[in-house]
Design a protein around this ligand. Structure first.
Ligand code: PBG
Length: 325
């Protein structure tokens, strides 16, 4: 008789035969930098996450470093917004200030990735330049390129365009190369779905569209072959890493993209995934630690090499204890 249970008898044996190996080195924590001074406020839609001003963001970075998390994805909340989101490419903008502050305090002990998008900076909350009621793809590209170069100048280690405009990886690559940042990698949000799981983030970042939705630029959740098409297009345009987002509801997509491409693959476990777990745990309905661990394992099992998650600190602890990975 095949006795599957034979390999499940002791913790050490189960540890030995695990098929999925994880490491805190592959975790990235998103952080929110809010323009102003002396701000540290818990984000209501994301319990345990904070809005910090550039002068206090170091506290959150330090807390993560102590857990073994050294990679961060930076988002900015500017004081002022306008039609074209000029705060995003202002060399003294909030992300640029945050980058300089973090680098001053932590030097090379941290790896800083910046989100390249306009929705936190535009008065209408869309991810690009409007032409009438629609986002104009080609008019948006130079703006995205300008944001990327500005972040690079302020000390970003990597840029991650999340806008879903066609051709943006190529436009950003060219601009970075021309500005002397040929070495700077691009992590493309290549496969980003128009998702209801972004709700808590939009509250946290003040980036909900003031009219309409993002379905004319973000992907339709019914499609998987299109994910491969998007990923291959970004490979061709010069992306260095790819991302699938959200994570848990798109494990099949992670697997498919992994099979069809050769770049390092990140998955973003987004705000709604985190908030659902927190809310269900707060209601006494689930075991938060167990659900957090199992969800993260699933993403790596599906083929992700890198996990971007609001649980990065807690997961690093779980990995270190040997509970997972
Ligand atoms: C910006 C952006 C969004 C997220 C990351 N970058 C929001 C959106 O596309 O509406 C979502 C992250 C999350 O939900 O955790 N475009």
């Amino acid at each position: 008789m095949m006795r599957g249970r034979r390999l499940r008898t002791t913790p050490m044996l189960r540890e030995l035969v695990r098929e999925t190996r994880m490491s805190a080195e592959a975790l990235v924590l998103p952080v929110f930098i809010k323009e102003g001074q002396d701000i540290k406020e818990e984000i209501p839609s994301l319990p345990g996450q904070y809005h910090c001003s550039p002068d206090r963001i170091g506290e959150e970075i330090e807390r993560a470093l102590q857990c073994g998390v050294s990679k961060f994805l930076l988002f900015g909340l500017p004081e002022h917004k306008d039609e074209v989101g000029c705060g995003a490419y202002d060399d003294d903008g909030v992300v640029q200030q945050g980058l300089r502050a973090i680098r001053r305090q932590f030097g090379d002990r941290v790896y800083l990735i910046t989100d390249i998008c306009m929705c936190e900076y535009t008065s209408h909350g869309h991810c690009g330049i409007l032409s009438g009621q629609t986002v104009d793809n080609d008019q948006t590209l130079p703006y995205l390129a300008r944001i990327a170069v500005s972040h690079a100048r302020a000390g970003a280690d990597m840029v991650a365009p999340s806008d879903m405009m066609d051709g943006r990886v190529e436009a950003i690559r060219r601009a970075l190369d021309e500005a002397g940042f040929g070495h700077l990698p691009i992590l493309s949000y290549a496969v980003k779905y128009a998702s209801s799981f972004y709700g808590p983030f939009r509250d946290a970042a003040g980036s909900a569209p003031s009219f309409g939705d993002r379905k004319s630029y973000q992907m339709d959740c019914h499609n998987r072959r299109e994910a491969i098409k998007e990923a291959l297009a970004d490979v061709k345009e010069g992306a260095d890493l790819l991302m699938v987002k959200p994570a848990l509801a798109y494990l099949d997509v992670i697997q498919a993209v992994k099979q069809h491409t050769h770049l390092p693959l990140a998955a973003y476990s987004v705000s709604g995934e985190y908030a659902m777990t927190k809310a269900a745990a707060a209601a006494g309905l689930i075991d938060e630690y167990g659900v957090m661990c199992e969800s993260a394992v699933a993403v790596f099992r599906a083929g992700a090499d890198i996990l971007i998650t609001y649980y990065a600190r807690e997961l690093a602890g779980a990995i270190q204890r040997g509970d997972i990975g």
